[in-house]
Ligand binder design. Sequence first.
Ligand code: UD1
Length: 463
Amino acid sequence: MPLREDRAINQQLHSIADTDKLKSSPVNQSILKIWGPSRLKGNISISGAKNSALPAMAATLLSSGVCRLRQVPCLADINIMGQVLSALGARIKHNTNTFTLDIDASIINHHEAPYELVRQLRASFFAIGPILARLGVARVPLPGGCAIGARPVDLHVRGLQALGAEVHIEHGMVNANISGSKKRLQGAKIYLDYPSVGATETLMMAATLAEGETIIENAAKEPEVEDLANLCIAMGANIFGAGTKRIVISGVPKLHSVDYTIIPDRIEAGTFLIAGAITNSDISISPVVPKHLSAVISKLQSVGVKVIQETSDSLRLLPSEILKSTNIKTQPYPGFPTDMQAPFMALLSVCSGTSDVTETVFENRMRHVSELNRMGANIRVKGNHAIVKGVPKLSAAPIIGTDLRASAALILAALAAEGETTFQGLQHLDRGYEQLEIKLQKLGAKFERVDLVEENEIFQASI
Ligand code: UD1
């Protein structure tokens, strides 16, 4: 849908100086103190999906007009993606009161994404597709591995090559350009060896501006892929089948402005449902798309809690005194999401009986286990498999989060644990959960964010 008031929005857009505000976001030096056990009550409002907003921001590079994205959460990752777009020449304004992000990518005068930013945010690599499709050339650093695994980008690269790009990797940089006399990428048949979310998104975005038809077989079916396709369609792209394993894109020469609302975050929603279950609480969450949470709801029901759909976009969790074990195995959507594995394991640690947890998506996603065990859980890990023997209760301890979802898992455990937990790792949590502790505090949880610098000063003064 083209924007009717491009010019008005344009006038509101600040220059690159605005994006400097993003750069000066405070570095997270805080710890979180959590007092448990908590009992929660009330309604939690769910933010827009981080994993939709990030590729959506990259997709605005495809448009030569001004794009408005709504329900964009205020998160560190969004700030970094904003800085990447800004480094390419886009002008950005994030109104954090209305969760609206205006991106003017009419002028893109750089084709290289800075390493300093890409290394902090793997998803910013996904911008390679739009940069290449729009400018015919792109230089994006390899993002490298991260706390949960090696995370290669070979499927992105091979797909771009199939679309006619010349790609060579040297000195840690992926250099891609449209080869020969062709000005546009060329439609192609692409089979993904694995239904990678990011590769599907990179290639779908690149193919929107390609000449001819592209078919992506074995595509990822995640709701965020479908959301990205809907955004591109609203910008004038021809995309069919997003949300299924076969996506067909018929390229167009140009995409236009858009005003688009990001879907609710299913991972944040699932995390709050688990918060309700682990604290034996009656809570509601909205807005959500209940269908996106099917696997998580089904497993919550297996452990004994009830999840009822109150309205088309809200869910209520009714607690159960007795929580029973269940098995989970992570899989691409519509299977159980890997991003919910750690938070769900926190819940299983207090379910009676023995639960099996198998991680199949990432190779190194069990680092929360040792910290959960320090809180009294009884979990044994072998490779990508965990055996969780339920314990009657957890006890508070100093804990460290190693990645985003591991951190969420530890916070959930702390809500149920007796005593004062000190959590380190807010830099991970703040990447992907908007005001997690403030939302939980409203329901009755007891948190305090403590500035480490202040703590040190107090300590020194008392020596
Ligand atoms: C996205 C999500 C992340 C989620 C993951 C799986 C974003 C910003 N992040 O990450 O939260 O956990 O989907 O649902 O949307 N792989 C390759 N080669 C590639 C690409 C991927 O081997 O070129 C492998 C990965 O190493 C991993 C598996 O495929 O083992 C799945 O990764 P992928 O679906 O690509 O995850 P992301 O898009 O990075």
